[in-house]
Design a protein. Structure first.
Length: 265
């Protein structure tokens, strides 16, 4: 297989494909996230990675708590990567609540905090899909499960107080906090890019497995940036649900072709 993925997908530069990133991405897209070392090594050959390089990466990921050995020569996602997969699944199949017009708001007291704690709060708030109105004030429409991502919620609850608010101009606040036009344009482009690759996957064309893998990763990153706002605050042209539906079909075709290719060796 000679094809190599393009360095840019969806108009954005992609991170370099290291052995670790390939192993992580393959398992992030697998349910349950368990694979044999042999399958992981073979998957990495799509990107010209040597067997020794991949096995070294697997060993280091086990040492770092990112992978957990499961029986003989099988590995499962662990630690932060397992948590990342849970967030990824929430992006693919979000559970939205009926929105009553209220927003959740988290306010950080003015007391000084260490830089590490501030950074930890920012990561947790973004994972919870909160947006920063100003320093120390995070908000979003209250339409998501309040018990979502308990680890991240525990982090923010330790440093901030939760309140509810009902802004006078929801649309203006949404426009200020999220770049919805940019996200929508990106979703449309990713849908356009998926269509021809899916046709080739449906035809069992293994030559697109490399570029298809990179595109799948780009779609999942984009879905993770969807603010999951109430429908009342979105235009009728919003691409969120359409991108998710296209990706589910694309992922099924990709997984089937990849599995056949792995078993053919």
């Amino acid at each position: 297989m000679t094809e190599r993925p393009a360095p840019i997908v969806g108009g954005k530069p992609l991170p370099p494909l290291t052995a670790r990133s390939v192993v992580a991405s393959v398992l992030l897209g697998t349910h349950p996230p368990v694979m044999s070392a042999r399958a992981l090594v073979r998957s990495a050959t799509l990107f010209g990675l040597a067997e020794g390089t991949v096995r070294t990466a697997i060993s280091r990921m086990v040492t770092n708590g990112e992978l957990s050995p499961q029986g003989e020569h099988r590995y499962e996602l662990a630690g932060d990567l397992a948590e990342r997969q849970r967030r990824q699944q929430a992006s693919r199949r979000p559970r939205l609540r009926t929105w009553g017009g209220q927003w959740e708001m988290w306010v950080v007291p003015t007391a000084a905090r260490e830089a590490g704690r501030r950074a930890e709060l920012r990561r947790a708030a973004r994972a919870l899909r909160l947006a920063e109105v100003r320093e120390g004030v995070w908000m979003r429409p209250d339409n998501l499960d309040p018990a979502r991502l308990p680890g991240q919620r525990e982090v923010i609850a330790a440093q901030a107080r939760r309140m509810t608010a009902q802004p006078d101009a929801d649309d203006e606040l949404v426009s200020m906090l999220w770049g919805l036009d940019s996200w929508n344009d990106g979703a449309l482009e990713l849908r356009r890019l998926m269509a021809p690759i899916k046709k080739r996957l449906d035809a069992d064309d293994v030559e697109v497995l490399g570029s298809g893998f990179v595109l799948a990763a780009a779609v999942l990153r984009h879905l993770n940036e969807d603010p999951l706002l109430p429908r009342e605050l979105l235009s009728r042209h919003w691409q969120g649900d359409r991108l998710r539906a296209d990706y589910e079909s694309y992922d099924a075709a990709y997984s089937a072709t990849l599995t056949r290719w792995l078993l053919a060796d």
